[in-house]
Design a protein around this ligand. Structure first.
Ligand code: UDP
Length: 443
């Protein structure tokens, strides 16, 4: 059934602003996703208002961020120093501001709510009931998935988050999953109704991330022109496993010393998540491995500079333990750079193994060293991968993501209109999760 889409959408992104620089703290792929899709929806005539928590007293309450895209910086709790784990304490304050913002407009101001991450889903759930409009939810990451494949020593996500996610899965009118794998996880781990899931693949800005001269990129970034450069880009935390790249590259660095193509590792990003507790962990590891002179660290870079980072690299590594998609993998390939990635989650879709890069099973350091050595030791194969990388990345554009989101929105509005006021039937899984939590905490 075709149905008109929304004219005005409230996007909720509680814990991180689309205007923040990604690559450190809580700012990463979700910020890029929200910002890129909001702009594209706006260009199609959908007005987008993004609700996010103000994290500085200098944040203006309302920012006209792009034509048709307004960012509302909601005051909820202290501006700075509030840990993401403590954000549930501020959801009531945040939701109150969202409801007030709508009340100051005319009734029926927003046609649809799209919440990003479970904290926003909790806000969207209440606003949906209050406004009588459909709620579309994107999880971005799922605690149960993350907990099933934790890095050694990493902190598990609390059961309370799993319960919160479950409630949103039960309540949302439609769920947006990045890949078929994520859709399957929603069904198998959160008992989601498959008929309510839309698979919407994320993209990359294919105009910003384009192939270009490696030599020029290295000159601009001050990187060694003669080296073989293996690069990690992203938030530095155990889940992302940048240590796997350092450990796997160490023997290659050692063997290449004194040669005409010395191996170097480039790490771009800043501490995040449980990585904030040990911000010097990677620098210390490089020292321990005896490769500190061969590892270059760069702070988080804006997208134009990041494109130069990708162009400057021989290989980009994404060794994450879990990844709902992995935008870095697509961006690197869009710049013509082959990717070596862990064969987990969305990375299995983001990389075409053997053509645009290599997928490695597991995180055994020897396997990663061998796979890297094979890639950089076969210039012809690497050149072929460079050629295929851009073509593969072209399958993933934000335009395509925006198309698919609009379809999902239309479906949400159609089913909502067909059964006005109907509540989504709860699966009972939230109650089961609550019971499990209570049992655990009684023990
Ligand atoms: N990023 C950036 N500058 C940096 C490092 C990362 O802009 O220095 C962006 C990168 O372009 C990508 C996002 O952060 O779009 C990371 O997304 P990804 O899906 O790879 O990981 P996530 O942060 O979602 O876990």
């Amino acid at each position: 059934m075709s149905f008109r889409g929304p004219r005005r959408v409230a996007l909720v992104s509680v814990h991180t602003s689309p205007l923040a620089q990604p690559g450190t703290g809580d700012a990463g792929g979700m910020n890029v996703y929200v910002w890129q899709t909001a702009q594209r929806l706006a260009r199609r005539g959908v007005e987008v208002e993004i609700f996010t928590r103000a994290t500085s007293s200098s944040d203006a309450p309302i920012v006209e961020a792009a034509p048709g895209v307004t960012v509302r910086n909601v005051v909820a709790g202290p501006f700075e120093g509030l840990d993401k784990r403590d954000l549930p304490t501020q959801l009531c304050a945040f939701t109150a501001s969202v409801l007030r913002a709508e009340a100051q407009q005319r009734p029926g101001y927003y046609d649809l709510i799209h919440s990003h991450y479970w904290l926003s889903g909790q806000v969207g759930w209440l606003a949906r009931d209050r406004w009588g409009v459909p709620l579309v939810h994107t999880a971005h990451t799922l605690a149960a998935v993350k907990n099933a494949s934790l890095a050694a020593g990493d902190t598990a996500e609390p059961m309370l988050r799993v319960i919160g996610e479950q409630q949103v899965v039960d309540e949302a009118d439609r769920l947006v999953a990045n890949t078929a794998t994520e859709a399957h996880e929603l069904v198998s781990m959160y008992h989601a109704d498959p008929a309510r899931i839309d698979i919407v693949t994320p993209g990359a800005d294919l105009d910003c991330y384009t192939p270009g001269s490696m030599e020029q990129a290295r000159a601009e970034l001050g990187l060694p022109s003669e080296a073989t450069l293996l690069t990690f880009v992203g938030r530095i935390q155990p889940l992302k496993a940048p240590d796997v790249l350092l450990r796997a590259a160490a023997p290659l660095i050692e063997r290449s010393r004194g040669g005409d193509r010395p191996v170097r590792v480039l790490i771009v990003g800043g501490p995040s998540g449980s990585g904030l507790e040990t911000p010097s962990a990677l620098v210390d590891l490089a020292t321990q491995l005896g490769i500190s002179d061969e590892v270059i660290f760069l702070s988080p870079q804006p997208s134009a500079k990041l494109a130069q980072v990708y162009r400057a690299s021989d290989v980009v590594a994404v060794p994450s333990y879990s990844e709902s998609f992995g935008l870095v993998a697509i961006e690197a390939q869009a710049c013509g750079t082959p990717v070596i990635a862990a064969d987990v989650g969305g990375l299995s879709v983001a990389v075409s193994s053997g053509r645009s890069g290599v997928l490695v099973n597991g995180h055994a350091i020897g396997d990663w060293t061998n796979a890297l050595e094979k890639m950089i030791g076969s210039p012809d194969e690497l050149a072929a991968m460079r050629r295929h990388a851009r073509a593969h990345a072209e399958n993933f554009s934000w335009e395509h993501t925006a198309d698919a989101l609009q379809e999902s929105y239309s479906r949400a509005m159609a089913s909502f209109a067909a059964a006005p006021g109907a509540r989504v039937s709860p699966t009972g899984a939230a109650r089961r999760a609550s019971r499990r939590w209570r049992r655990r905490h009684r023990a």
